[in-house]
Ligand binder design. Structure first.
Ligand code: HEC
Ligand code: HEC
Length: 426
């Protein structure tokens, strides 16, 4: 007897109903997902798609080995694995500035002076580019980066690229005859890619989920968050803005201003007098009578994804995030730890020393005084900074901050030995 014969009408109905229900659920899920899918899978404009190709194309460098993506790795938050990157026609040069993350830059503007008279905005550590578009022109021609001799040689390479037809469709078949136009079209496409692709600004960190009420901080992260905002303790939010923008954009953890933190430089650089003056070389700044006070000041970077970064500060002077926080805490109370001398700010070039920020918390203490932030506070701040990591990068920081937060005495000694001055032997 066939099996069905044993079943009642009712159970036969259930057998049909079950797959139908599964199908319906699947369809409903698909429909929901269509509406709620992450923005970064949405279609990019043709120009931004072209930008995506350009960003990953190594054939546009003199060495044939380097694209934007070689230094700005998506899996490291579009920052670099080494900090100071190599480049040049034979990949023989090392850059002298840290490779920043390209995330959360899309709303930045050119350098200007705000209502309070503070320099703010600008791309690069010294603010010298006014837009993502203008910025994208530089790496192609920088002798220590993609190292092309001129725009014409870049455009010649473009005209042979796999996506050359796409370029012609967008900008006209005769585009290759107009070097400047073709070069500008290329930088515009790169800017569109970084602006449109939500990979560059996903806002899906633990911090964002907590802000949306979808998650909560653990006790340590919460303590770190309080310290971060407390004007008497960390005061980090004074520069690394922790409030949403007027239009509701979640906090970017930078106010895009400039400051001189007295970051240690290498003994070699101090001796060579090859000092990096930062933002005071910007024409809008150097035109002002008080320009010298901004020498040695660099742009406040966003702290989103800072926990996946491999090197910190404009000169990549440090490679351990906990050390960076400890530097803020004890720069003035324990100068020897940072500069190898008991002299306050001893490792800063004498010409830049007067410009170092000494007034704002967490600074402004004397050698030997008890630091405003104690070891536990540093661990708590570290735990908080780990909550700023975008979802796609969280695997990298999967090691719980608590493990870093309870160092053995030996580990401490090791950290001290890894003096930033020695690390940064330029
Ligand atoms: C050799 C490594 C290298 C390559 C290749 C490279 N960059 Fe960079 N990028 C850097 C470094 C280093 C800086 C910081 C330099 C400075 O501030 O003077 C930087 C800065 C930037 C900035 C400014 C970030 C900020 O915070 O203001 C943007 C945007 C950027 N790069 C995009 C690109 C694009 C687009 C390309 C490809 C056309 C590219 N980079 C190629 C190393 C590189
Ligand atoms: C007065 C402004 C100011 C305050 C206050 C401040 N920062 Fe910064 N922060 C900066 C500037 C400017 C830089 C870059 C300096 C440089 O590279 O020379 C920076 C860099 C950093 C970096 C390195 C990021 C990178 O990508 O290299 C970290 C981490 C950081 N700050 C964390 C903090 C924490 C934590 C606090 C609070 C304890 C804090 N900051 C307070 C201005 C500030």
């Amino acid at each position: 007897m066939p099996m069905q014969g044993l079943l009642s009408h009712r159970s036969r109905f259930v057998i049909w109903l079950a797959p139908a229900a599964v199908l319906l659920c699947a369809l409903a899920w698909l429909a929901w997902h269509q509406v709620h899918k992450p923005i970064h899978t949405q279609q990019l404009s043709a120009q931004a798609q072209l930008g995506h190709h350009l960003f990953h194309d190594t054939s546009l460098s003199a060495s044939g080995q380097q694209s934007c993506a070689s230094c700005h790795l998506k899996e490291l938050g579009h920052a670099s694995a080494r900090g100071l990157e190599i480049g040049g026609p034979q990949m023989q040069f090392t850059g002298d500035r840290n490779t920043p993350s390209l995330r959360y830059l899309w709303r930045n503007t050119g350098l200007h002076f705000d209502e309070e008279g503070k320099a703010s905005g600008g791309f690069f550590w010294d603010g010298r580019s006014d837009s993502l578009n203008a910025q994208a022109a530089e790496p192609f021609l920088n002798p220590a980066e993609m190292a092309n001799p001129d725009k014409a040689s870049v455009v010649a390479k473009l005209s042979h690229a796999a996506y050359a037809a796409q370029f012609e469709r967008l900008f006209g078949k005769d585009i290759w005859q107009h070097t400047d136009k073709a070069f500008d079209a290329m930088t515009q496409a790169l800017a569109s890619y970084q602006t449109e692709d939500a990979d560059f600004h996903p806002f899906d960190s633990v911090f964002d989920r907590v802000s949306q009420g979808k998650a909560s901080f653990n006790a340590q992260q919460q303590r770190g968050w309080e310290l971060f905002k407390d004007p008497e303790k960390g005061n980090c939010a004074a520069c690394h803005t922790a409030e949403a923008d007027k239009d509701g954009t979640p906090p970017l953890f930078t106010d895009n201003s400039y400051d001189n933190l007295g970051v240690p430089v290498s003994a070699k650089r101090l001796k060579n007098q090859a000092i990096d003056k930062g933002v005071c070389t910007h024409p809008l700044v150097s035109a002002r009578a008080d320009a010298h006070t901004l020498c040695g000041a660099f742009k406040v970077p966003s702290l989103r994804n800072v926990a996946v970064r491999r090197a910190f500060f404009h000169n990549a002077a440090m490679t351990d995030l906990r050390e960076v926080i400890a530097f803020y805490a004890t720069r003035d109370t324990d100068p020897k730890r940072w500069y190898g001398t008991n002299k306050p700010l001893g490792g800063v070039h004498p010409s830049l020393r007067p410009n170092v920020n000494r007034d704002e918390v967490p600074y402004g203490q004397k050698p030997g005084e008890r630091a405003r932030l104690i070891e536990q506070d540093i661990d708590d701040l570290l735990a908080f900074l780990h909550t700023l990591t975008d979802a796609d990068l969280q695997a990298i920081t999967a090691s719980p901050p608590v493990a870093i937060a309870a160092p053995s005495a030996a580990a401490h000694a090791g950290r001290r030995a890894a003096n930033p001055v020695a690390l940064n032997n330029r």
